[in-house]
Design a protein around this ligand. Structure first.
Ligand code: NAP
Ligand code: G4F
Length: 335
């Protein structure tokens, strides 16, 4: 049985990757930081919380990662942990750099000292392209990050390349474009929209406050993207890959699809533009070219944009309905 160690197992991608690897017969070990209350919701929602083993550790603490790698003795190490919310990175730039940037070095050091044959995946990001030098963005496009998060990810990208070149470690960067799901954190734009739409449709909320509706992103489904992570670690040679849908849509288009899915045509009535939600520096346009992943890995996305947003709205409607007292559920569902 192959064993994988996953940092960030409690996050969106960690949960989907765990399910994917368990389906392939892997033994899955997740590194979790200590919390006063365990945060295992996503693993519970996917019904796999009892199928994974958890070890304690923190990306800020070198020894804890060495111990985790030593104890788990994995064949594959997926580093998905990060402070991953872009606006937060302007509030806590040093902490973001510690975790999202230097944390990668700590993981790679652990691989180097414990067992340099461990295959390593780094969760790099399309945020690294920032103020984009070309459209679409591919593996050769220069980076120009626009947030402390993006800057930290650029560091993580290059330290991964550096350990590959310095020590011969099988280390890959997956440059993933935005990917979403019903398990997405509630503060990220798509989930913020679909959860608000569900509540507005059920009469539980009236207003949705948003920032820049003109920004464009290349949005895919997280369940599809974790397959690309695994494929990167199964090749003869380590390499870096863009993972994207090759489509771009505005925030406004996403909002329109979400409201329409819930049967609300006049969404402008509910959306309030709040200047406080604009970013100090925006990434205006992301559109990835995943030709290399398609050609070398045989990977392609399966869930289309509108299907993804519809899936998320439906899941949020279900969630809200389940929270209602039984007596109100039938009335709300009928409305
Ligand atoms: P997420 O839902 O925000 O999950 C982040 C995970 O990191 C959580 O499990 C969190 O644990 C853990 N974590 C944070 N700080 C940590 C620390 N100091 N030590 C140990 N664990 C820590 O993120 P995601 O959407 O699954 O994304 C996974 C990775 O891919 C991230 O590195 C992200 O930056 C990157 N990425 C994401 C996207 C995307 O669109 N989703 C695109 C490109 C790249 P807690 O549960 O304890 O908070
Ligand atoms: O959903 P977002 O917060 O994602 P963002 O900043 O693109 O970052 C996500 O994708 C990256 C990959 O490119 C990951 F590396 C990163 O970890 C994260 O998963 O925002 C998307 C867009 C932005 O342009 C933002 O300005 O939506 C715009 N937006 C407009 N109103 C908003 C809002 N974003 C948020 N979070 N909240 C708003 O109210």
């Amino acid at each position: 049985m192959t064993r994988a160690l996953i940092t960030g197992i409690t996050g969106q991608d960690g949960a989907y990757l765990s399910r994917y690897l368990l389906g392939k017969g892997y033994d899955v070990v997740g590194l979790v930081r200590r919390n006063s209350t365990p945060n295992l919701d996503r693993l519970e929602q996917l019904g796999i919380v009892h199928d994974v083993k958890l070890v304690e550790g923190d990306l800020g603490d070198q020894l804890s990662i060495i111990n985790a790698v030593n104890d788990a003795a994995p064949a594959e190490f997926y580093n998905l942990a990060a402070q991953s919310f872009v606006p937060e990175s302007w509030k806590t730039p040093a902490q973001t750099g510690e975790c999202t940037g230097l944390g990668v070095t700590r993981c790679l050091e652990a691989v180097k000292v414990v067992d340099p044959t461990i295959r390593f995946y780094q969760a790099s990001s399309s945020e690294m392209y920032g103020k984009v030098a070309e459209v679409p963005q591919r593996e050769t496009t220069p980076f120009y990050p626009r947030s402390p998060y993006g800057v930290a990810k650029v560091y993580g990208y290059w330290i991964t390349v550096n350990y590959r070149e310095s020590y011969g470690i099988y280390a890959c960067n997956g440059i993933l474009f935005n990917h979403e799901s019903p398990l997405r954190g509630p503060e990220f734009l798509p989930r913020k929209v679909t959860s608000a739409v569900a509540r507005i449709a059920l009469g539980l909320q009236h207003e949705l406050r948003l920032g820049n509706l003109e920004a464009r992103r290349d949005w895919g489904f997280a369940g599809d993207y974790v397959e690309a992570m695994w494929l990167m670690l199964q090749q003869d040679k380590p390499d870096d890959y863009v993972v994207s849908t090759n489509e771009t849509h505005t925030v406004g288009e996403l909002v329109d699809i979400a409201f329409r899915r819930a049967g609300i045509g006049d969404w402008e009535k509910h959306v309030v533009i709040d200047p406080a939600l604009y970013r100090p520096a925006e990434v205006d346009l992301l559109k990835g070219d995943a030709t290399k992943a398609r050609t070398n890995l045989g990977w392609r996305p399966r869930v289309a944009f509108e299907e993804l947003i519809s899936m998320m709205v439906d899941a949020d409607l279900d969630r809200e309905l389940r929270k209602l007292p039984a007596s109100l559920t039938a009335i709300a569902a009928a409305a």
